[in-house]
Design a binder for this molecule. Structure first.
Ligand SMILES: Nc1ncnc2c1ncn2[C@@H]1O[C@H](COP(=O)(O)OP(=O)(O)OP(=O)(O)O)[C@@H](O)[C@H]1O
Ligand SMILES: [Mg+2]
Length: 494
């Protein structure tokens, strides 16, 4: 692996990445940075969490001419959260070089965006829908763009952004560099590449498996009605630092978040029907550990880099195997390890097989977790909390009381009672979840060439669709910061 000095980058760029804690380039960065610096087109594929943002972002920032005032690079991302995150990385890479980066996405105040755009940014990060709005209003000029990046290109196709991308690229000079990145490259990407790119170099970091080997993958075959208890027990057993639970639909996510809150978990939901302010605040709370469980549709599956996500639960199977790879890739990032557990009803067995075929990795079958295992998990948590408090010596004020107690009972009895009080026993509060129909068996498309015949999925969660949802969700969801908040909080001090 190379250090960032070896690429011949501007010293300000090297200084910025070093400050970000990047001491060595990751394999995809080592493979793409020199080629990208030459201005060549690249299709870059590497596993989730292996630094693709830096792989396109560092050379892109390096090529910016800060003495010129026009937009020189454009990055498109499928979701607003991802656009935001990518712009944060680019701002950090360009910090010392003085590169101005602006992010534009739907659901954000248009006037503020227009003000930002007047500051003559060098780099724009955008979701396609909102970018098109600005193009129509002529608040963005793309005539001198030299580099275009499509991050999560396959997802933008899935979301039906293809026509938008075509329209956008018509505004950008054909004499440009185009970079396309994702952890998954379904065949139909080839067609996109043929249309929009010039002799792209395919740079794929070869790995035995498509998913990361440091993610432990399990699945449980269970009945739909057992899913919720299984989820609660798993959370009790695993005691994740942060966990993401994926549900298939927006209603499902709302119901799950509410049900988890009812049972005392600090959980909230995120999906495309929520307004942007709500989406932002839920994500912020999750990043700051104010909630431990994020319940999400696939809006959170692509690209989001949240440190501390130790567990991913697929409460419902994803629509396609690629989504599985991205969902579980929210854990096990940047060399860390993670656990992913997938629920499948007996009728969904074929989908599990399809996932395993794509990921080139077998999931380990696990039995339905028992009530006893859940208690044991929580007991361990209580024990660990005690241990760390003992190590910290933070309970001095309680010594006198402890001495008095020990005159009344023996040490084991006293400690056992304290542990029982500290242990959160499984909560069986009844909850209501609308049953989800099993995923339908898909017609197998073998040898489908460039994916012809497979219709692109319907748009979901994108900018343009938003308007028709406005107002629909108001008041439907209750705050899930329920009474359980306090009980759960202790974990973060452990
Ligand atoms: N060279 C590096 N050294 C150390 N950490 C790095 C390096 N490059 C990236 N990282 C960190 O690794 C994490 C994952 O990076 P990034 O989000 O770019 O992954 P990705 O490959 O785009 O994943 P995904 O497929 O999920 O989008 C980030 O937290 C990032 O800061
Ligand atoms: Mg990424």
């Amino acid at each position: 692996m190379a250090t960032f000095y070896e690429f011949g980058l501007d010293h300000q760029v090297v200084r910025a990445v070093t400050e970000m804690g990047f001491s060595e380039a990751t394999p995809i960065q080592t493979a793409t940075i020199p080629t990208a610096l030459e201005g060549k087109d690249i299709i870059g594929q590497a596993q989730t969490g292996t630094g693709k943002t830096g792989a396109f972002g560092v050379p892109l920032i390096n090529r910016i001419k800060t003495e010129e005032d026009h937009v020189q690079a454009l990055i498109l991302a499928p979701t607003r959260e991802l656009a935001n995150q990518v712009s944060e990385s680019l701002i950090a890479f360009g910090k010392y070089k003085g590169v101005r980066t602006v992010v534009v996405y739907g659901g954000q105040d248009m006037r503020k965006q227009i003000r930002d755009l007047k500051r003559k940014p060098h780099v724009i990060v955008a979701t396609p829908g909102r970018l098109m709005d600005h193009m129509r209003r002529k608040t963005i000029r793309l005539q001198e763009v030299e580099t275009v990046v499509l991050d999560e290109a396959d997802e933008m196709l899935n979301m039906g952004f293809i026509e938008d991308i075509e329209t956008i690229l018509k505004e950008v000079p054909t004499e440009r560099q185009t970079l396309l990145f994702s952890a998954t490259m379904p065949k139909r990407i080839e067609k996109l590449a043929q249309t929009f790119m010039k002799e792209p170099e395919l740079i794929a970091v070869k790995a035995k498996e498509v998913t990361m080997e440091n993610i432990e993958q399990q699945y449980i075959e269970l009945a739909e009605r057992d899913k919720f208890d299984a989820l609660c027990r798993l959370i009790d057993i695993h005691t994740p630092e942060l966990a993401i639970v994926f549900g298939r639909t927006k209603r499902r996510v709302d119901e799950l978040a509410e049900a988890l809150a009812k049972r005392g978990y600090r959980a909230e939901g995120i999906h495309g029907d929520l307004n942007q302010a709500k989406r932002d605040s839920v994500l912020r709370k999750f990043k700051n550990g104010l909630i431990d469980v994020l319940v999400a549709t696939d809006v959170a599956a692509r690209g989001l880099d949240i440190s501390g996500v130790t567990h991913v639960y697929n409460f419902d199977l994803p629509q396609d195997p690629e989504s599985y790879v991205h969902r579980i890739g929210r854990t096990g990032r940047a060399g860390k390890s993670g656990v992913a557990v997938t629920f499948a009803t007996p009728r969904e067995k074929d989908h599990v097989k399809a996932i395993e075929r794509l990921s080139k990795k077998k999931m380990t079958k696990r039995e339905m977790p028992s009530f006893e295992e859940a208690i044991e998990g929580q007991q361990q948590l209580a024990l660990n909390q005690l241990r760390s408090l003992i190590a910290d010596g933070g309970a001095d004020a309680y010594r006198q009381a402890a001495k008095e107690l020990l005159q009344e009972s023996d040490a084991t009895t006293a400690l056992a009672a304290a542990l029982k009080l500290l242990t959160k026993e499984p909560d069986m509060t009844p909850v209501r979840l609308t049953a989800e129909a099993p995923l339908r068996a898909k017609k197998r498309r073998e040898g489908g060439g460039s994916g012809a015949g497979k219709p692109y999925r319907q748009r979901r969660g994108d900018d343009r669709r938003r308007s028709q949802y406005r107002g629909k969700d108001s008041g439907r969801r209750q705050s899930s910061q329920g009474r359980g908040g306090q009980q759960r909080k202790a974990k973060h001090h452990a």
